[in-house]
Design a protein around this ligand. Structure first.
Ligand code: 16G
Ligand code: ZN
Length: 550
């Protein structure tokens, strides 16, 4: 009863704006920041309930990633550090759209009963809060805090401005009983990066490599955090541009989303940067792409996207696994077959998929959206996933990490094979470096840098791993995007009838043609993707497929 009264009192302070209907999409709730406080307040309540239910630390991140600065959003990190369980998403929708305070309280009580959530302060709940650099973040943080505090026994812990992956990392770490403060994050990343650098083969270490990396911080949180991190790094010189301190606007003409979609240089990069190795982060630093400027005469770039980062990682991991599990070493027991899986979406460039399959890797496709890729990758000993847009990571199963530890010790005591020992140490260092909770531009960047050094490669050389097939993306506004239903990881349309046949007929006209359509998870549109041997064909294929959608 006391709980009910507190909820009712605080909920009346956060009325919902008229005529707004929000849904917890692939990346939580997102909208213009001015209409979000009631939603954020309610998600605060939900996070506290989630913490009570799981008896674990839960995370709340206030960000709208690569969206414009006037937008904001909120998403929940589950105890594992991953996304909120899909089972709770419908309830998030229900809560966000409750019409008034009474309705809200009724729904909460109902849900708590159904989910057996222990109310009444017997148990405690903990919610970690983080936000990106958006100006609206501070007041939304307060709304979230009030939501959390309206659940008896729940505590909000404000971690301030963070990247999305830092917050997820902290939630995962705390629930594992590890040290998981922001300094701990920098320490773990820089230490494991240092390990990888120390393990670089002598002949490569001797090569004169360009130590300098120039990073576009999207005028967001990533730039300032990278400034912190770089103080702890040896052997890598990082220059951050678009750090948000020189008056640039978040995500405006800058950032990974812009660079990947427009394939041009971001602001404050230009003709003088020809040949530099450059990277771009998105607004909350969970996406990473690389690029280099092609010529002094225009602003075109050679984009090294998520698919190529994935390919670089896959190549390196496969190489290290190969060394570690080679058959000749009789003394070492190799009874364990390591399962390595690579996860992509339909947006992955066809050339990357060919390349990965050519390496002999198992490539799996899932729906677009991090939670789907992550879930799939977690089925492997080592699961590498990336979206073409630059979001991805490498997951190591707990079982495999234990095996690696044991292997390392076994090798140190009996084997004279130094190479095998090094391979084990490298894989362990990668598992510590790369964020196990969610895709993380900062940890991804350090791994890319270490691998390039290991291979002795320039960004040009890396980019030449394979040649991207020309592609085109279009979107078609439709009355009802739910009318399109797809199957096979969004590669085949099953509804409306006849549409897939029409797409097949168009695609067949082009050499190396491939095309698919899918309803967007974040906008009211149908997205069209086409790929073919020339840019003209890709454009024309996308256009004719789009006409069938209309
Ligand atoms: C969200 C997803 C991203 C996906 C994109 C597709 C997360 C954290 N983010 O931003 O992975 O690529 O949606 O958008 O899951 P779309 O459905 O509008 O094409
Ligand atoms: Zn993002």
């Amino acid at each position: 009863e006391e709980q009910r009264a507190i909820l009712l009192e605080s909920a009346t302070r956060f009325p919902t704006p008229e005529g707004v209907k929000l849904s917890y999409g692939t990346s939580g709730f997102r909208a213009d920041a001015s209409i979000l406080s009631s939603t954020v307040f309610r998600v605060g309540i939900l996070a506290a309930l989630r913490s009570l239910k799981t008896q674990s630390v839960i995370g709340l991140m206030i960000t709208a990633s690569h969206n414009e600065v006037s937008d904001n959003g909120i998403k929940i990190a589950d105890p594992s550090g991953g996304m909120l369980t899909q089972e709770w998403e419908p309830f998030a929708d229900t809560l966000a759209n409750a019409i008034d305070a009474q309705d809200l309280v009724r729904l909460i009580v109902e849900f708590a009963k159904k989910e057996n959530i222990p109310f009444g302060g017997v148990h405690s709940a903990q919610v970690l809060l983080g936000r990106d650099t958006r100006p609206s973040g501070e007041s939304l943080m307060e709304a979230a805090r009030q939501g959390i505090n309206s659940i008896v026994g729940a505590v909000a812990i404000d971690m301030g401005v963070l990247t999305t992956p830092q917050l997820h990392w902290m939630v995962r770490g705390r629930n594992k009983g590890m040290k998981a403060s922001e300094p701990d994050y920098y320490e773990q990343l820089s230490n494991s990066f240092g390990c990888l650098m120390d393990l670089i083969p002598k002949e490569m270490a001797a090569l004169a490599m360009d130590e300098k990396l120039t990073v576009d911080g999207a005028n967001g949180v990533g730039g300032e955090k990278l400034e912190e991190l770089k103080k702890l790094l040896n052997g890598l010189v990082i220059q951050v541009r678009n750090d948000g301190k020189e008056g640039g606007v978040l995500n405006e003409g800058v950032g990974a989303d812009y660079v990947q979609k427009e394939k041009v240089v971001p602001c404050s990069f230009g003709p003088n940067d020809v040949g530099l190795r450059c990277a771009s982060l998105d607004g909350d630093a969970d996406r990473l792409v690389y690029f280099h400027v092609l010529s002094k005469s225009n602003n075109k770039i050679d984009l090294v996207d998520g698919d190529k980062i994935l390919s670089l990682f896959a190549l390196y991991i496969k190489e290290q696994l190969g060394i570690l599990t080679k058959k000749e070493d009789e003394e070492v027991n190799n009874d364990y077959r390591v399962r390595l899986g690579v996860v992509q979406t339909a947006y992955a460039n066809g050339a990357s998929t060919d390349y990965l399959k050519h390496l002999g890797l198992e490539v799996i496709f899932t729906h677009t959206g991090v939670k789907y890729l992550h879930e799939k990758a977690a089925e492997y000993d080592i699961g590498i996933y990336f979206e073409a847009n630059g979001h991805g990571t490498i997951l190591f199963s707990e079982h495999f990490v234990c095996w690696l530890e044991a292997k390392k010790n076994e090798l140190a005591s009996i084997s004279t094979d130094l190479e095998m020992q090094k391979a084990a140490l490298r894989l362990l260092a990668v598992s510590n470096l790369i964020n196990q909770a969610v895709g993380d531009a900062l940890s991804g960047l350090l791994l890319v840098e270490a691998i390039l050094r290991h291979m002795g490669w320039s960004i040009q050389k890396w980019s030449e791993l394979y040649q991207d097939l020309p592609s085109r993306q279009l979107k078609v506004k439709v009355a009802d995007r739910t009318a399109v239903i797809t199957a096979n990881a969004e590669t085949v349309v099953v509804k409306p009838p006849g549409l897939q046949e029409a797409i097949n007929a168009e695609t067949a006209k082009y050499p190396q043609g491939r095309s698919f359509i899918r309803p967007s998870g974040t906008e009211d549109v149908i997205r069209v993707y086409a790929e073919a041997s020339t840019q003209e064909s890709a454009d024309s294929l996308a256009k004719s497929v789009a006409q069938h959608v209309d």
